[in-house]
Design a protein around this ligand. Structure first.
Ligand SMILES: Nc1ncnc2c1ncn2[C@@H]1O[C@H](COP(=O)(O)OP(=O)(O)OP(=O)(O)O)[C@@H](O)[C@H]1O
Ligand SMILES: [Mg+2]
Length: 310
């Protein structure tokens, strides 16, 4: 089904998929983000659903629904590092596929193929990415109602596409890249294809304003709250015999302090917890006192400063 060339896309993924379902279910504290993105994507695949909602709840076709017509199918996930932007973008297709009872294909724009700065390259790359995804989506589009399948084009680290703006000599080419992006998104909207674009970025301000303006939704991600940290640490450590009071202490030291930021989700799941295990393994059990020392020593990932390019 997928005839994409490997240089443009990473291997594509088909949903529903049990691994993706598990990963998505494991994301903590971003339920509202997930819901917003899922609803937005579903309404693109099944545009008539909003009319059905209107009839059901207002017994008429509301004027407000017109604002959903030709809505650009672009969603931007922005925010700090290691908070689940990529994880959500990579797995949300599973929730959409299950809810709509159709297949969804995820195309990920290859990172390796970008940013080498050759004249015209970005434009050509984006142009063919949109063409390929658009072709597949066109085959799945139904004349009436819900599409038979859906496509998601993921542009991760989307600021990398815009980065060359900082070098003035690249200005022209970069502008062309931005134009190709806008053209592709508009094309999906005008043809009402069952296809959407998700862009992830640490630096919302590095995304061209013309692109930002077209987003159907911009979802902002933040570091985990105290409650989220407790949730993660409970799940990871309660069966090792840590008491609620000990976990509360770990929750406190991984939070924001006088001179430091709180831990990110990935600081907790990919650094702290594995570090505790590696420290104890193979001769010791996990112990609270040692866990506390390690947590205090481990510095959280620095914030990604969202500065406008100069
Ligand atoms: N909300 C979350 N709940 C549970 N685990 C999370 C969450 N967010 C991130 N993680 C863990 O951190 C890992 C990295 O997250 P992800 O790659 O999605 O971060 P990101 O926001 O895309 O960061 P970056 O801006 O650095 O690309 C995930 O694979 C997961 O293990
Ligand atoms: Mg990411």
């Amino acid at each position: 089904m997928n005839d994409a060339t490997p240089e443009i896309f990473e291997p594509s993924q088909e949903f529903p998929d049990p691994d993706a379902q598990r990963r998505l279910a494991g994301l903590i504290g971003i339920e509202s983000h997930r819901e917003r993105l899922e609803k937005g994507l579903r309404l693109i695949l099944d545009p008539q659903a909003i009319e059905a909602w209107s009839e059901r709840h207002h017994q008429r076709r509301l004027a407000a629904i017109d604002h959903f017509r030709n809505r650009p199918p672009l969603f931007i996930l922005a925010g700090d590092v290691g908070v689940g932007k990529t994880a959500l973008a990579e797995t949300i297709g599973d929730a959409v596929a299950r809810a709509e009872k159709i297949g969804v294909t995820l195309f990920r724009l290859s990172l390796a193929s970008r940013g080498t700065g050759l004249q015209g390259q970005t434009t050509t790359l984006l142009g063919s990415a949109f063409t390929q995804v658009g072709d597949q989506a066109a085959r799945a589009k139904s004349r009436q109602g819900k599409a038979r399948a859906g496509c998601i084009l993921l542009i991760d680290e989307a600021d990398a596409l815009a980065q060359s703006r900082e070098a003035t000599q690249m200005h022209h080419e970069d502008r062309a890249g931005v134009n190709a992006l806008i053209r592709g998104i508009n094309d999906f909207a005008v043809r009402q294809l069952p296809a959407a674009v998700i862009m992830c970025t640490n630096r919302l301000t590095a995304i061209d304003p013309a692109v930002r303006r077209r987003a159907a939704d911009i979802i902002l991600f933040e570091r985990p709250t105290e409650q989220h940290r407790r949730h993660i640490l409970d799940a990871a450590l309660i069966d090792a015999g840590f008491s609620a009071a000990q976990i509360a202490k770990l929750v406190a030291v991984t939070g924001e302090g006088k001179n430091r930021l709180g831990f990110t989700f990935s600081d907790l799941t990919q650094r702290l917890v594995p570090n505790l295990i590696l420290d104890a393994y193979p001769n010791q059990p996990l112990r609270f006192e040692r866990a506390l020392e390690i947590a205090v020593e481990l510095a959280p990932t620095p914030a990604f400063r969202d500065e406008a390019p100069t």
